[in-house]
Design a protein around this ligand. Structure first.
Ligand SMILES: Cc1ncc(COP(=O)(O)O)c(C=O)c1O
Length: 348
């Protein structure tokens, strides 16, 4: 038997997602937009001999109470990445349907579409990394079963204008997925309140960033109840395990700690921005509403490698459209940020 002959063609062609933690697990890790401060988790006492609640009722109620919305509008997944995949599987027919992304953006939308054999159409953001509605043809919007929007956008860091997001929702006959993974770093910009009145809008959130729980793998989405019921129908029966469930419930009890950490990250972000701007070799520091900063510098690839040799890990995003010579650094602790700047000065 030749295993290769049995594998689907789209999987053979797949360029898999390149995870930051796939390469580096040690050093000053400023590459994956994680929170440098860990979340507070009290002791966990789950009956691990029993399966978890497949409908995640308690967990959804706790998240719902925290957000001030009914739990029936919330679905919980193994990271936002699981939710992205499930949404594609609910709505898109492999080999037939199409999706739309605005690049540069988070790489998983394309990878998840490729795995599911969904053709992806890509429209470039404008020079300010905003959606240029005049550059998106009506035909492409009509053909797209799912449109992925990321605000604040990774890796550019900026929020997309609410007006353009709402206009896309209005003009699309499909599902608009708005990824708010970094929204805690610019709370007032969330479209969560609009969700009630827009039936085709799905907002995705994660505990991996502001909550400091990237290692737990938990994300959720907010959508129309009918859409949430479809997600519940197709997910693996026990996708959220009891340890995750209890960790998230405990962390939400300590939401003050999350807010405190967000404040610290915002203040560290200002420190890093000022330091980067003071370097004449840095051509541009892009505005950010996130816990990371994109900056442009000559010889970005070589600078990233030299920093890695010193144990400081950041990400080169230069291979994405519009991001020539752009590096992305996640905000760290003051100590990490200082070390990064000191070593950056040396390698440039
Ligand atoms: C925009 C965006 N969405 C989603 C994720 C992944 O979230 P999760 O850890 O919940 O799968 C990331 C991770 O970097 C991200 O940048």
């Amino acid at each position: 038997m030749n295993l290769n002959d049995l594998v689907r063609e789209n999987i053979k062609k797949l360029k898999p997602y390149s995870s930051a933690r796939g390469k580096f697990t040690k050093g000053i890790l400023m590459d994956a937009n994680e929170n440098p401060f860990s979340s507070v988790v009290e002791n966990i006492s789950a009956n691990l001999n029993r399966y978890p609640d497949p409908n995640q009722i308690e967990l959804r109620k706790v998240i719902g109470k925290y957000l001030g919305m009914e739990y029936q509008k919330i679905f919980v997944g193994v990271g936002s990445d699981e939710i992205i995949d499930l949404l594609i599987r609910i709505f898109c027919k492999p080999g037939i349907d199409e999706a739309l992304i605005f690049e540069p953006t988070y790489g998983m939308y394309k990878v998840a579409c490729d795995i599911n054999d969904i053709k992806i159409n890509s429209v470039l953001l404008n020079d300010d990394y905003q959606i240029d509605l005049s550059a998106v043809s009506r035909e492409i919007i009509n053909r797209s079963k799912i449109i992925f929007l990321c605000s604040p956008n990774n890796p550019t860091g900026n929020t997309l204008s609410a007006q353009s997001i709402l206009s896309i929702c209005e003009n699309s006959n499909g599902i608009v997925v708005l990824d708010e993974a970094y929204i805690d770093f610019c709370d007032d910009q969330s479209l969560i309140k609009k969700n009630e009145s827009i039936p085709n809008l799905v907002i995705i959130r994660t505990f991996s960033k502001a909550w400091g729980l990237a290692g737990v793998r938990c994300g959720y989405c907010i959508a129309d109840r009918e859409l949430i019921d479809w997600l519940l129908k197709i997910k693996a029966p026990y996708n959220i395990n009891k340890l995750t469930e209890q960790t998230i419930i405990n962390s939400i009890k300590n939401a003050d700690q999350k807010d405190e950490n967000v404040k610290r990250i915002l203040s560290e972000r200002e420190f890093l921005i000022a330091e980067l701007k003071s370097l004449k070799e840095v051509q541009k520091v892009f505005p950010t509403d996130s816990n990371f900063i994109l900056f442009r510098i000559n010889n970005a690839f070589s600078i990233k490698n030299k920093l890695a040799d010193k144990g400081i890990i950041i990400r080169d995003r230069s291979n994405q459209p519009l991001l020539e010579n752009c590096l992305r650094v996640s905000v760290g602790t003051r100590e990490e940020n200082k070390l990064f700047i000191t070593e950056l000065k040396k390698v440039i």
